[in-house]
Every structure is written in structure tokens, then in C-alpha cells.
Design a protein around this ligand. Sequence first.
Ligand SMILES: *Cc1c(COP(=O)(O)O)cnc(C)c1O
Length: 370
Amino acid sequence: MISFPKHIQKTMPYQAGKPIAELARETGIDESAIIKLASNENPLGMSPRAKQLAMQALDEVSRYPDAHGFSLKLELSKRFSVPDQWITLGNGSNDILEMVASTFLQPGAAAVFSQYAFIVYAQATQRVGADAIVVPAKDYGNDLVAMLAAVTPDTRVIFLANPNNPTGTFLPSAEIAQFLESVPAHVVVVLDEAYNEYLPQELRFDSVEWVRKYPNLILSRTLSKAYGLAGLRVGYAIAQPHITDYMNRIRQAFNVSNVAQAAAIGALQDEEFLQQTYASNRKGLEQLIRSVSALGIEYIPSYANFVLIHLPQANAVYQALLSRGVIVRPVGVYGLAEWLRISVGTEAENEAFARALLHALQTLKENANG
Ligand SMILES: *Cc1c(COP(=O)(O)O)cnc(C)c1O
């Protein structure tokens, strides 16, 4: 008999947003008519510059990628004024989170994160057989005071997303700074800034400056969201070299493909596309909020590219939306069974979502009335 380690037996697969092709197969709806607002992807696609460099890199795919990611690290290094020894590249920032777990956790050690935190924190912790200390959320977001209080002598990692996914909540820099000041030295803090680029100017802050100050801080960023490269899988961490050194020891040598590395460089260089993305998201978020507010639906104010909305019949609404070719994200696995997460789409997509939602709610009401 094959026996699986206990912690592996308890590991659950990640539930991703439903792919467009899958819904097309299931319903017969044409792929081009399907709207996916389920995975916080960039509705504008990818930057033209990123695409150009990715296409060029296709000529090199018979070669292994640069295992050290020299050129991409150089780009990041210039951008953030940190040496390349401070940067770890990941196959998406998911890979970064897994690397953190493998580097710092083991059975008997613990990771602290919030209720309603990104589910990968729980999975990465479980996968290495460590304990999860889940701290009750405050107003659907991270409760930093409670998280600090939850740290035990065995705690090695605190995972903290800001803005938070799936709730979209945000903590201002002063609160995070105070928190970092108080975290015990034996605990590594992972500040996951997957949605950083969506913050309005007045809320931004230089978290890289904190990495210089705190030897136990790891910043995690991704090119999957605002940079529009979700399918290519590129993320990166910034931390002091004593941490980066160990992360690189356990990192798979060729974890970021040559096409992905090239595209990432192009994406980072394309400020204009990033600006367009930001502006489009602000408008789209307002548009979505207007639509759900008009229907009297409660929502959590969001600082990212999605919004969490409250629907007592969330699952029925999800199914009804699917039947109309609109994919959103149920968040029952987060303990939010009465909510749906809607990613911001283009103006037309947001409009189509609003129409489908109205229709879904009317249908459910008619069915309830017999
Ligand atoms: C989407 C997301 C990520 C990472 O996605 P990758 O595609 O693996 O880079 C990381 N953290 C949070 C909070 C996210 O929402």
C-alpha cells in the first residue's frame, strides 16, 4: 500500500477561476461570447512592448532560460535601486510563496495569516507540514494587532496581503510600518503586494525602503495582475541577501521561462500601458460599484481590481451567471459562502455583467415566487 504523509493527505487542490474554454465546452456558448471576471486578470490584455519581446524570445525556446534571470533582475534592480542579490524570480508569485514556505517552515513550525487571506498561504503552509495560525479578520481585512498577538515561539512566517485578496481591503502604510517595527526578529514577514499597482497615488508608499530597514521582510510582487502576464507566470521577491540566498537554493533553476523573462522586461518598461491599466481599473471599479449599489447589493470597498459583493444566494447567482456566459468567482472556500468576487473588466464587460446579474436576480426571484 502506498502511504501518503499526513500533511499531504490534508492538502486540498487550489480552486481556480473557471476557464473560458471549460464553460464553452459545458454550455455550448461560443468562447468569444463568454466574459471571465473571475481571476483578477488584466482586461486590457498584455502590454504591446511585452508582447513584442515575448515574440522575439520565441526564437530561443530550444535553449534553457537564464537560470539567474540576469536581464530581468537588472530591470528590477534599476527600478527599485536594489542589488540583484536582493531579488528572487518566481514562476508567478505563487512560486515565491511556496519557496518561502519551503525555506522557513517545517513540521512543528507555524505560519500566521488572517481569516480571508489568500488561500495559497494556507496551502503552502500545509504542503510543508507546518501549522497554520489563522487570525480572525477585522472588517474583512488583516487585524495586525491580533496577528502580532498570535505569534508563538514556533512561528516563523507571517503572510500579509495588502491590498488583500479576496476582500480588497487595504491597510495604510503607517499601520504596516508600526507592525513591522513590532514583529519579533525570528519571524519573517511576507508582504504580498500583488495589487500594489492599483493603489491611487496618495496611498502608495515605498515598501522597498522597508526591506532595507528590516532583515526579516520579504516583498512579493507579481506580473500577473496589472502587468497582464498571468499566463506567462512571473513574480518576484525582494528581500535582503541572507534570505534571497536560501530562497535561491531551493528555487527550481529554470522556474521562469525565457519567453516569460523577456515579456516581463517589456511589461516593466511599458509605463504607458500600466497607466492605462490603472485608469481603466478605476473607472471600471466605479462602474461595477454603481451597478451593484443600484441593485441594493452590499459590497466591500476595494483597493484592487475586483470587488467582493454580498449575495445570500451566491451559488445560485453564480450558476445563473454561468448559464449566461459570465464567469465570476465564488469564495466559499474562504468561508465567504454568501459572497462573489467580481474582477473589474472592460467597460463593455462590466456592463454585460451588470445586465446578467440583474437578469439572474430576477429569475431567482420569479422561481422563488413559484
Ligand atoms: C493573484 C495573487 C497572487 C499571485 O499570483 P501569481 O499569478 O502566482 O503571481 C499572489 N497573491 C495574491 C494575494 C494574489 O491575489
